[in-house]
Design a protein around this ligand. Sequence first.
Ligand code: SF4
Length: 453
Amino acid sequence: MAIPYSLPANTTERAKPWTSVSDDQWNDWRWQLANRINSYDEFAQFIELTESETIGLKAPNKFRVDITPYFASLIDPHDPDCPVRLQVIPRAEELQAFEAQMEDSLGEDAHSPVPGLVHRYPDRVLMLVTTQCASYCRYCTRSRVVGDPTAAFFNRANYVKQLEYLRRTPQVRDVLLSGGDPLTLNPKILDELLTGLREIPHIEIIRIGSRVPVFMPQRITDEFVEMLRKHHPLWMNIHVNHPKEITPELVRACAKLADAGIPLGNQSVLLAGVNDHPNTMRKLMHDLVKMRVRPYYLYMADLVEGSGHFRTTLAAGLEIMESLRGHTSGYAVPTFAVDIPGGGGKVPVQPNYLLSQSHHRIVFRNFEGYLSTYTEPTNYKPPKMTRWIPTFPAEPGQRGVAGLLAGEGMTIKPAGWDQLHENRDEHDEINLTSAKNVEIAPPGDQPGWMKLH
Ligand code: SF4
């Protein structure tokens, strides 16, 4: 069969320590894993380390360092601004605490009905199946568990418990495998896990989140892809942050996965100094689409300990989104999202395109600043329920604003709202023991405001 497109045949140039390694070893993912580098001495062999990197590498008790020889070869040894280098070599700044930092900023631990399984949304779950990654990102959201070889809860006994929970939870139709990186698991164990999931009739799709194709594309062998394709419908999100990570090896690995019918998406994290310029992001999005990877999310950095120096303002992300929408194809525009602290989940953010609205006219602006009016119909009626409209299981407690629009309730109230506002006699003591630093109007005709401390 004619191949409709050609793949690059060249390879990434190896860094100094590995120039004499045989091709067989280099192309073996097990060799890549076994020969990762992590110490100051190993990096100093071929990289002109800065003072900040030296402090970072020599610091005790830091988040795990390990980089595959392949990914380390992408580092510019002479340029401390190299975007690959910034992502994986620790710097002194990561030892500094910042305001608002949290250990579990996404509140995942609070949503775990069984160890390693996060059930935050009504119809889908996150399965954390390993703590291991092929290399470690300095901004990792799950650095509280990732990289810890002693984290005992990722084991076969817990996979059994996770599968049992899913069997008795029929509203779950979508399972995301993550970790750590599921593609670092022994392929037999991953195959068993996927088979176990596929045996549950209500699991419609399985997704895998993995940075292995980026850190270690050698892992994406024909045999491995054959194993994955048995478990369709299977989707995969990779994680590329900068165009420098897109190598001939990654292009070929993504082609294998896409040819096996696995839809590919990409999740990037907005990182100061790495990819926070609109031009960088635009080039990255174009390169991803060229290799059949759909840009999916661009995340605001989480409030994770050790990652303060990677954080940007929200405005930096909005400016990037402004530079993408309309300036390039819609397929190349990801959703910019903030995973809001405390377990609130992902909230999409974008520049405002809807400028104003009257009874039946809406004024929009486009990416050029052109203003236009969309006139709404005056005779539109909301859809009536017919047998052609599918129904879905109830989402008790999680209908949110959609529930208000559907008329299922009139208000959503913060905890304690009723007690705060219940009818009080004007001479009653105001019972606001939990309120702090608020000013309230005094009862009756008493003058002045009361300050609660
Ligand atoms: S690959 Fe993902 S889980 Fe692993 S260190 Fe990087 S961000 Fe964390």
